[in-house]
Design a protein around this ligand. Structure first.
Ligand SMILES: *Cc1c(COP(=O)(O)O)cnc(C)c1O
Length: 364
């Protein structure tokens, strides 16, 4: 057998530790997972209530076009139905973009560290990946623009950026769109859009009217709490969507995911509550960090990247023993940090206590 050469040097995605795995290993009854930026409040009760209905006809293939969810999303974000493409999570939309635009001889420009799936999928397509280091957690957009040439196909912008949580302000992003050459597809990944509270946040959907080479990614996995069902979407000019469509599997989003997303969109109260709690608990966590001399990036997402006086792995291991799963920054390319999903109030108080212990024990 001979696979693509590039795959020799690639590893499969390494997920954060699983809940059952940690329970067993440490003999704990309760584990709080704060590693993947999932919604600590679950998902809309309306979805839960309707679940038995949603699984009624599993023998039938889903509507591959997603007519109903398409109509709902289009009206919710005020775009035309022809401007949408759905994926098995926005992860899959990333894959579809790479399949469509990237090949050997082409290149793609992104920040590092950022969401790893851009790089991963680009490499599989044989494209050259041009990674520009973050500056203080922010995209170095000038350097990213400077890396664009005739062979550049896709520019990836993640705002708020995973894993740093910082967003890109309106003026800056506007200026990037203005200067990015028209032959480059600009992807703005807004997986954490619902959590943004900055007043200078960019209105990417409004910008779609002006920039036909722009694509915006959104997902139901984070604030909507439907990560387990896998559904997300891209919004772009109808011509871009038409270019992408042949690379999409015909039945890529499931019947259940489509129907759940529809119900979830209708329950904006749940989103408001989620975001409100998140902002409160985020503030407390930042205060905790301030009080303990820990610096962090000014997040606009549902997670915080915290700088530590010890290695991220060490803090990760300590928190595991206390029943908390977080992400160590070592694996994310940010040594001496952890990335912490902002959870429920009680859990946050407990994890802060656990971090305090570890920090105090490190002082000589
Ligand atoms: C979580 C995440 C996604 C992927 O979400 P899906 O579950 O595939 O929709 C995309 N981009 C970023 C930046 C993320 O953090």
């Amino acid at each position: 057998m001979k696979a693509k050469d590039i795959l020799k040097n690639m590893k499969p995605y390494k997920p954060g530790k699983g809940i059952e795995e940690v329970k067993k290993e440490y003999g704990l009854d309760r584990i709080v997972k704060l590693a993947s930026n999932e919604n600590p409040f679950g998902f809309s009760p309306a979805v839960k209530k309707e679940l038995p209905e949603l699984i009624a006809n599993l023998e039938i293939y889903p509507d591959g076009y997603g007519a109903e969810i398409r109509k709902k999303v289009a009206s919710f974000i005020n775009v035309d139905e022809s401007e949408l493409i759905f994926g098995n999570g926005s992860d899959e939309v990333v894959q579809i973009i790479c399949r469509t635009f990237l090949e050997p001889g082409s290149n793609t420009v992104m920040a590092t560290p950022t969401f790893p799936q851009y790089r991963h999928n680009a490499l599989i397509e044989g494209a050259e990946v041009r990674e520009v280091p973050l500056q203080e957690g922010h995209h170095n957009l000038e350097e990213m623009l400077a890396n664009i040439d005739e062979q550049t196909r896709v520019l990836w912008i993640c705002t708020p950026n995973n894993p740093t949580g910082v967003h890109i302000d309106r003026t800056t992003l506007q200026s990037v769109l203005e200067r990015c050459p028209a032959h480059v597809l600009i992807v703005i990944d807004e997986a954490y859009y619902e959590y943004l509270e900055a007043e200078d946040a960019f209105d990417s959907l409004a910008a779609l009217k002006k920039y036909p080479n722009l694509l915006v990614l959104r997902t139901f996995s984070k604030a909507y709490g439907l990560a387990g069902l896998r559904i997300g979407y891209g919004v772009a000019h109808p011509e871009v969507i038409q270019i992408l469509e042949p690379s999409r599997e015909p039945f890529n989003t499931s019947t259940v995911a489509q129907a759940a997303a529809l119900l979830a969109l209708d329950d904006q109260e749940f989103i408001e509550e989620t975001v409100k709690e998140n902002h409160k608990n985020k503030k407390s966590l930042m205060e905790f960090c301030d009080d303990h001399g820990l610096s962090y990036y000014d997040t606009q997402a549902n997670f915080l990247l915290i700088h530590l006086p010890i290695s991220g792995d060490e803090m990760f291991e300590h928190l595991l023993t206390k029943g908390f799963i977080v992400r160590s920054g070592e694996a994310l390319g940010l040594p001496n940090t952890i990335r912490l999903t902002i959870g429920k109030k009680d859990d946050m108080e407990q994890i802060q206590e656990a971090m305090k212990q570890k920090l105090a024990s490190g002082e000589k």
